[in-house]
Design a protein around this ligand. Structure first.
Ligand code: FES
Length: 229
């Protein structure tokens, strides 16, 4: 079996932006499959059962889309030149017979079950692909392995909480970085003007570092506004 010989198409694809749910791996499938994207040459390993579209999105490989992987825009064109999989009914609607024969498929309808090489055309739209995958529930083994975040409770409230935690951490990190650098630059200005001698300057720098660290420690403190839903 060659490297490019291994992918199967499916119609139970996965909506981008959420947990991958379609195409669960059956018996005999490998634990991981390799997808090689051209022309970038990016090689990614994913659990079998995720769509090519989600696998690409979660790994920062942009594929055209305006529906986010819901199978309605028909823009997620990819070409599987070597031994292309059987087309889904949406592929048949989206492509001419010649294109189907050439290996053109909708990435969001194509489920990875084997190693394969996927050609991605240049973008023609600003894609609405998910950049972060979230798996819900404790029974979604395949998606949990592929996702960036796993929410054990099937609750959107938890996703809201995750978003708030992420925003809060980012804000605190920026405060520490920008605040620390700002104070250091002010100190260097004083030192350059002759108002700050080396030893007091070094002490001031240490104080700035400690203040930045103490501010960063706020991340572990409980916050009351972590949810809106
Ligand atoms: S992403 Fe829209 S049809 Fe595939």
């Amino acid at each position: 079996m060659t490297d490019t010989e291994m992918i199967a198409a499916g119609t139970g694809g996965v909506a981008g932006g959420g947990a991958a749910g379609g195409g669960a791996a059956g018996g005999g499938l490998p634990a991981r499959v390799d997808l090689v994207f051209a022309p970038s040459g990016s090689r990614i390993r994913v659990p079998p059962g995720v769509t090519v579209f989600d696998a690409a999105s979660w790994n920062g490989i942009a594929i055209d889309s305006t529906c986010g992987g819901h199978g309605t825009c028909k823009k997620c064109r990819v070409k599987i030149a070597a031994d292309p999989p059987a087309p889904s009914h949406l592929d048949i609607r989206a492509y001419t017979a010649a294109e189907i024969k050439d290996g053109w498929r909708l990435a969001c309808r194509t489920i990875a079950t084997r190693d394969t090489q996927v050609e991605v055309p240049p973008l023609t739209t600003r894609p609405k692909a998910a950049t972060v995958g979230v798996a819900f529930g404790q029974g979604s083994d395949i998606t949990a392995e592929a996702a960036d975040a796993v929410v054990l409770e099937a609750s959107l409230g938890r996703v809201d909480e995750l978003i708030h935690i992420g925003r809060r951490m980012r804000a605190i990190a920026l405060q520490c970085a920008i605040g620390g650098m700002g104070l250091s630059i002010v100190g260097m200005g004083f030192a350059a003007a002759g108002f700050l001698r080396p030893v007091p300057g070094a002490i001031a720098q240490e104080i700035i570092d400690v203040l930045a660290i103490l501010n960063a420690l706020r991340m572990v403190l409980p916050s009351e506004d972590l949810k809106e839903i």
